[in-house]
Write a protein that binds this ligand. Sequence first.
Ligand code: OAD
Length: 246
Amino acid sequence: MKQTGAALGLAVEWLKNCKSLFVLTGAGVSKESGIPTFRDALEGLWANYNPEQLATPEGFRKNPSLVWQWYDSRRQKVKDVVPNPGHFALAELQKMVPEFFLCTQNVDGLHIRAGSSDVVEIHGSISRFKCFDNGHVQTEVPYDLKDPPLCECGSLVRPDVVWFNEPMPEKLLKQSFTAAEKADVALVVGTSGLVYPAASLPFHAKQSGAKIIEVNPNRTELTDSCDLFLAGPSGEVLPQLVEGLK
Ligand code: OAD
C-alpha cells in the first residue's frame, strides 16, 4: 500500500532533520513475519483461554504446565520465522540518525535478529528464562517440555517475560522514558497502545516537544495524539521511509 506522497514526504523530512529518534514497537511489527499479534495470538488451540489466564503469575501458579506449553509453542514459532522488511528497515534507520533508541514491547527477539543493536526489550524475551521464586537465570532450556523444569533452588522455571500485574524492568523503563523525553521525533509502530506504562512513552516524547509518527494499518488509542499517521503495514511503510532518507 503506497503511502500518500504528502504524509510520507513529511515523515521523511522530519526524520532527515531528526537529531534523536525514539522508536516504540509492538506486536504489529512482527505480524508480517508470521507472528500473530498479542491479541490474536490466542488462535486455534489457545482460543479458549484469555491472556490473563496465560500471561500472569496467578495463571502460572494455577497451571504451570498450561502456561509453560503456551510459551513453548510461541518460542517454537519464533524459532521458525525470520525478521521482515520492517525489522530490517529499523536496523538501517538506526545507522541513519545521530541518536536512535528502540524500545520494543515484543518478546520475540526479531529486532535483534534483524541487526538492531541496544534494543530495549521492555516486556522481556521469550527466549530467556528465570526461576519463579528467585529470578535465577536459566540457560539451555529444551523445547517440547510438557512441564516447566526446576531451578537448582527448587523453584519452577518460567519465561523471562513481563506478565500482566507484574512490574516492568525498572532500569529499562527509566532508560526508555529518558530517551523518549530527549527525542525530537518518535516513531510508534504496530502497537494498539493499550498497555501501560509502555503506551505512555509516546506521550512523554510529545510533552517534550517531539513530533510523533505512527505506522499502523489501523487507527489506535494513540492515533489522535500523533502528528502523522501512516496507514499501512510496517513491512511496507518503514522501508519506504528508509528509501526516502537515502
Ligand atoms: P496488540 O495485539 O495489542 O496490537 C497490535 C497492533 O499491531 C494493532 O494496533 C494492529 O493494528 C497492528 N498491526 C497489525 N498488523 C500490522 C502490520 N502488518 N504492521 C504494523 N502494525 C500492524 O499488540 P501490542 O500493542 O504489542 O504485553 O500489545 C502490547 C502488549 O499487550 C504486549 O506487549 C503484551 C500485551 O499485554 C506483554 O506481553 C507483557
